[in-house]
Write a protein that binds this ligand. Structure first.
Ligand SMILES: NC(=O)c1ccc[n+]([C@@H]2O[C@H](COP(=O)([O-])OP(=O)(O)OC[C@H]3O[C@@H](n4cnc5c(N)ncnc54)[C@H](OP(=O)(O)O)[C@@H]3O)[C@@H](O)[C@H]2O)c1
Length: 239
């Protein structure tokens, strides 16, 4: 039988939240996944996924000087196959920690490039390949409300991205919708203290990736929603 599933793209779909979401979405959607590195060593889970779904993998690295040309070529190749996207999620990021006084122009540049320039360039590349009414979604951080003090450049980059959400929504309307998710901890980093993080929220718990999945599906399925940032942080911003 012909596969008529919609295509979704997940930028940063190889590990952690990206992989979790890819595996959740695969039964109902065809997927394009990107990583900053060649996809060697991932055959097991990609193979399992491609038994039920069509999967394409791309290599998009924020540090690649040819990134814009590469993304354009990949989009053109997908267009040749007739692939366009009903939903796109930009999940890639880095989360560098350093105290004030130790940042250098290079480390700042790298933080802006990964967390702000890269998502913007991705949006530029994806917008023409979104279907009518499709949704372009960004993963932000509850740090847009209360910055992580040891991660100020990351927090500032996410705030910059937050201001792009209504801006892109206006530029791309009415064809494409744009939504951001300001999330609290839904998958803790190694070495973090989950009990402490949970105590810093109204609901006294961490989030789980399923919470995020639900919010992304809600945005994808809400044709009257655009230009909004949804905060999903168990009330961390109010503590
Ligand atoms: N985890 C949480 O609880 C949490 C909380 C708040 C916000 N967020 C946001 O949610 C998103 C996903 O978070 P996460 O914790 O799953 O992931 P993450 O570890 O912060 O990074 C996501 C992906 O970024 C990609 N990446 C790293 N360097 C790159 C580069 N040079 N070029 C292109 N891509 C690069 C990596 O994929 P590859 O190695 O495959 O390239 C990585 O899987 C992020 O935007 C994060 O800020 C997460």
């Amino acid at each position: 039988m012909e596969n008529r599933k919609p295509w979704w793209i997940l930028v940063g779909g190889r590990q952690r939240l990206g992989r979790f979401l890819a595996e959740r979405w695969a039964p109902e959607r065809n997927l394009v996944l990107t990583s900053s590195r060649p996809w060697e060593g991932e055959a097991d889970w990609l193979g399992a996924m491609s038994r039920t779904t069509e999967v394409r993998t791309l290599c998009w690295n924020a540090e690649d000087p040819c990134l814009v040309t590469r993304m354009a070529a990949d989009m053109a190749a997908l267009a040749e196959e007739g692939i366009s996207f009903g939903n796109a999620l930009v999940a890639s990021s880095t989360f560098p920690m350093a105290s004030l006084g130790s940042w250098t122009p290079e480390s700042l540049e790298a933080t802006w490039r990964m967390n702000l320039s890269f998502p913007f360039l991705v949006a530029q590349a994806l917008a023409p390949r979104m279907t009518e009414g499709g949704c372009l979604q960004f993963l932000l951080d509850t740090a847009i409300h209360r910055p992580w003090l040891k991660r100020l450049p990351y927090s500032a980059a996410k705030s910059g991205l937050a201001s792009l959400v209504p801006g892109l929504a206006q530029v791309l309307a009415p064809r494409v919708r744009v939504v951001g998710h300001a999330i609290g901890v839904v998958m803790a980093d190694e070495g973090s203290d989950p009990a402490f993080l949970a105590s810093r929220s109204l609901l006294k718990r961490l989030g789980v990736p399923e919470d995020l999945d639900r919010a992304i599906r809600y945005a994808a399925d809400s044709p009257y929603l655009t230009g909004e940032i949804m905060t999903l942080d168990g009330g961390r911003r109010w503590v």
